[in-house]
Structure formats: structure tokens, C-alpha cells
Design a protein. Structure first.
Length: 513
């Protein structure tokens, strides 16, 4: 439909918002010029309507309470397009920040409730082409802005190892359904640790690919430079198989390399790790909130690699301790600009936008901004203040310092094949109560990110694998590699799995395959 034309009063409000003092006679001329210019908007809409996809008719259902004891399912589906392929018959769930055409999408947030995408994300199209059965969408944290599992709508996602504790986030539902065997594999997302934290706290493999390796097309963004999609699985081989299906350029995501040679990640992960060099990053341990037992478990798991013929040495990377500060500036100021003011998609990048999602979410959050989670309100208040007093200067400085941070890891990776450290400094934390303060809600959604967030900033591949148990709860070790050398990361992860004799299973789920 034709875009609304502004009257003089609405233009006066806009001018005042920018501090412009436009005389009434000039404002009338601007109004007339704008009315003429807006014909281009109508032309663009008409042309786009000619190519816009029609949403397919796909069956879906809301799970009953009995079917959803952990709060991990958003909707259930049974979508399969072919019966052959590398994922033939595999039950795959998709984090609800990622579009499955014709199936409701909420992204854990009331601000997107009621939206149904009209096209599949690239990763979803690739799953279906590989023979997978998409069995549903998984609950995630509200707009993916927490590493806990307590801000999601319709409710918290509970950890099946201990229902009083968090399952980690923001890919909480994806992790839980794989851990309980209700799904074989999951698509998860990561902006600060959201694939790896649930993996660590649930005893799973969670691989954050190199930034740009897997197309983000069709997933709701938070900040383009931080956004990743990747696999959650029970074994390294399963994670490698899923990565092989979803990796590679799609021509729609400008973050991806223009050319790329396909990699057989399953075969590479099975090569063994003999002769590889592992650097145990000193600064990844002993954080102010680190549990010494987690540190001990990860060091012990790293040392066990010696029996696989791997060299294991301590390496100091002082810049690693700077990473959380860079992440905070980029996430708050960048999140304000893109996720909030830019209605998630922002502007200025040459990729595929979801115009319907952008408009739906943009209208919804402005109609009821109080529905936004505390983490987003924090980004709005903190980010707006720093933008107003420093005009983005600190965001620019953080982006410039990112190169120094990345170079510090690259220098260490010139001497070691991978780097390792705890995924999270703590095991799964208790879920906050319904009466929790804002400070508590924010703290339990960010305290676990001190190691993971660094590699969303730099884009290095990072995989969480189980390292042991603390008080009956799994803890994870993170394996970090060179840019686009995800294969070596998976080789070392597989060696950890082999040395451990397999990864832990939930009691009662040991035989799940």
C-alpha cells in the first residue's frame, strides 16, 4: 500500500527532534518535496511485492505441558523434503531466532510474538536438502540477549541435570532438546557465547564457527559483526556432520568469503590429533568469579591429551582479559544501533533483509517498549548515554582495538594449533526467582561470558566440549583455532572425546543415539 504522507505537524515534530529550526514557509516546501519523493517508496514496494515469496502451508503445533517439561519447545513440526542425504532421517530442531517459513517465530520475545516468516533461512534450506527432518523450533532467550535461560518467553528453560538451574543461553532450548535426546541435532546461535554456554552446562558439543563460515541469512540479527549460527550435538562427529551441511557461501550474506573450498569436517575430525600443539591460555583461568574446580577439571582434560600424542603447554595472552570490555562496548552501542534503533537489521550491509520481520518487530517494540528484557533496556540506556556524550567514539575505539586483540590470538596460534580454556568459569548457576532484582537478572545472564565473548568479537572458531563434572553438573572446555580452520578445532575436540571415552549423558538417557 502507498506509504503514509506526512503533514506539517509531523514534520515539525521530526525537525524538533533534530534541533532544526525550519520556518513554516520552508517546512511547507519540504512537505511538498517529500510528498513527491515518496513516490519512489511506492514504486519500490510494488516491485518488491512482485518477487516476495509466499509463505508455505506447513503444519505445526504447540506442545502440551506434558510434552515440554523443561520449557525447551516453542512449536513442534515434522518437515522433511527428501529421504536421502547426509542428514537423512535426522531429527533437527532450530533455534527460534532462525526462520522456518510458515512456522511461527518469537525469538523468545513478546516483541515478535505473532510473526510468521515467509521464507526459510539458508541453514534451514540446507538441512532440508540434506534429508533432515525439522521437528520444531526451540525456545531461546528474549531477543538472544542473555547467556542464561531465565529471560525467555513463554518461560525459563530448565536444566535437566538439575531443574533448579539454568540451561545456559541464549540457545537454551536447542541444548536441552539435544541433551534429552528429543532431537538428534540443533541449529543454535551465538553472539557472546550462546552456542557454547548451553553446551558446557549440558554436557554437549557446541561449535561456534568462524565468523562468516555459516550464512546468517534468515536469522534475526543482534549485531552483524557478532552474529553466528552453528551446530549443537552430542558428539563431535555429529557436530562436524551438521557443520559440513550448513557451511559455505550462499551469495546473500556479505560477511561470507566470496570463494570457499568445501571441507569434509567429519573426516578431518577423525584424523586424530597426534603431533598437534595445544596452548592452555593462562588468562582463561582464575577470573574473579571462577570456580577453582572448573579450572581444575579443564586443566586435567587438557593434560589428558598428552596420551594422544599432543603437545600441551601453558601460554600467556594478556589481551584476553581485555576482551570482555571490548565486547561490552560493541554489544551495547552496536546493539542499540542495530537491534533497537535499526529494528534488528539496521542498514548499510549488502545482504538479504527480512522486510516483514523488520517492520513487525519495529512496530511491536515501539508499541510496548516495556516488554523488552532487562538486557535490552540496559543496552538502550547505557548505549544511548555513551552515544549522546561521546557520539560513538568508544564503539570506534573498541572496533580498532579488536584488531589488536585478534592479532594477540593469531600470534599465539602461530605457535600452537589450538588454544584451550574453560568455556564458562562456573557450572550451571541457579535460575533467578520471579522476584529477582534487575541487577541479579543482568548478572546471571552475563557472568559466564568472560571467555566466550572474545571470539564473537574476533570471529575465531571456538568449540565447547565436556571437560568433566563438578557437583554432578557438566563443565566445558573451549577449543579455539585459526580463522577458517574449524577442522583442526574439531580434530582436537574429537581427541578430547576419545580420551574421555565419550561425553556424559543425562541419567536415563545413556543409550540415546
Amino acid at each position: 500500500m502507498p506509504i503514509n504522507r506526512p503533514d506539517l505537524q509531523s514534520l515539525e515534530v521530526i525537525a524538533a527532534g533534530y534541533g532544526l529550526k525550519v520556518p513554516p514557509s520552508e517546512l511547507t516546501q519540504y512537505r511538498d518535496a517529500i510528498h513527491g519523493a515518496l513516490e519512489a517508496w511506492d514504486v519500490v514496494e510494488a516491485a518488491h511485492n512482485e518477487i516476495a515469496p509466499q509463505s508455505p502451508d506447513r503444519a505445526w503445533s504447540r506442545p502440551s505441558e506434558a510434552e515440554n517439561p523443561w520449557g525447551a519447545w516453542y512449536v513442534k513440526t515434522e518437515i522433511q523434503e527428501r529421504e536421502d542425504g547426509p542428514l537423512a532421517g535426522q531429527r533437527v530442531v532450530v533455534k527460534d531466532n532462525t526462520s522456518v517459513a510458515g512456522v511461527p517465530m518469537m525469538n523468545g520475545s513478546r516483541t515478535l510474538e505473532g510473526f510468521t516468516p515467509s521464507y526459510d533461512a539458508t541453514v534451514v534450506s540446507r538441512l532440508l536438502a540434506a534429508g533432515a527432518v525439522i521437528t520444531g523450533k526451540t525456545v531461546c532467550e528474549d531477543l538472544c540477549m542473555s547467556a542464561g535461560s531465565h529471560t525467555s518467553n513463554p518461560g525459563p528453560v530448565r536444566n535437566p541435570w538439575d531443574p533448579s538451574r539454568s540451561s545456559g543461553g541464549s540457545s537454551s532450548g536447542s541444548g536441552v532438546l539435544v541433551a534429552t535426546g528429543e532431537a538428534d541435532l540443533a541449529i543454535s546461535g551465538d553472539q557472546g557465547g550462546s552456542i557454547r554456554i548451553p553446551a558446557a552446562w549440558l554436557g554437549l558439543v557446541g561449535h561456534k564457527p568462524t565468523w562468516g563460515l555459516v550464512p546468517y541469512t534468515g536469522a534475526m540479527p543482534v549485531e552483524n559483526s557478532l552474529d553466528h549460527l552453528g551446530p549443537t550435538a552430542r558428539t563431535v562427529a555429529d557436530a562436524a556432520k551438521l557443520l559440513g551441511v550448513i557451511a559455505g557461501p550462499d551469495g546473500l550474506d556479505p560477511r561470507q568469503p566470496r570463494t570457499w573450498e568445501p571441507v569434509d569436517y567429519v573426516a578431518e575430525s577423525a584424523r586424530g590429533a597426534r603431533g598437534l600443539r595445544v596452548g592452555v591460555v593462562t588468562e582463561g583461568f582464575g577470573h574473579a568469579n571462577s570456580d577453582p574446580r572448573v579450572d581444575e577439571a579443564v586443566r586435567a582434560r587438557a593434560e589428558s591429551l598428552r596420551s594422544a600424542g599432543v603437545s600441551v603447554e601453558e601460554v600467556s595472552i594478556p589481551w584476553h582479559r581485555m576482551a570482555p570490555a571490548l565486547f561490552a562496548v560493541i554489544a551495547f552501542e552496536g546493539g542499540l544501533t542495530q537491534l533497537v534503533e535499526g529494528n534488528a537489521f539496521g542498514t548499510g550491509w549488502k545482504g538479504r533483509y527480512d522486510e516483514d520481520m523488520l517492520a513487525f518487530y519495529g512496530a511491536q517494540w515501539r508499541e510496548s517498549p516495556d516488554q523488552l528484557p532487562a538486557s535490552v533496556k540496559m543496552a538502550m540506556l547505557n548505549g544511548r548515554h555513551t552515544r549522546d556524550v561521546a557520539f560513538g567514539r568508544h564503539y570506534a575505539m573498541a572496533r580498532n582495538l579488536e584488531r589488536t586483540l585478534s592479532a594477540a590470538y593469531d600470534e599465539a596460534l602461530s605457535r600452537y594449533d589450538v588454544l584451550v580454556m574453560p568455556t564458562s568459569p562456573i557450572a550451571a548457576s541457579p535460575l533467578p526467582g520471579s522476584d529477582a532484582s534487575v541487577l541479579e537478572v543482568l548478572a546471571v545472564g552475563s557472568e559466564q561470558l568472560v571467555n566466550t565473548s572474545a571470539f564473537d568479537v574476533t570471529g575465531h572458531p571456538a568449540c565447547s566440549v565436556p571437560a568433566g563434572m563438578v557437583d554432578g553438573l557438566p563443565v566445558g572446555m573451549m577449543v579455539v583455532g585459526k580463522q577458517f580452520d574449524d577442522a583442526t578445532v574439531l580434530r582436537v575436540a574429537r581427541a578430547v572425546e576419545d580420551e574421555a571415552g565419550g561425553f556424559p549423558r543425562l541419567p536415563g538417557h545413556e543409550e540415546t543415539t
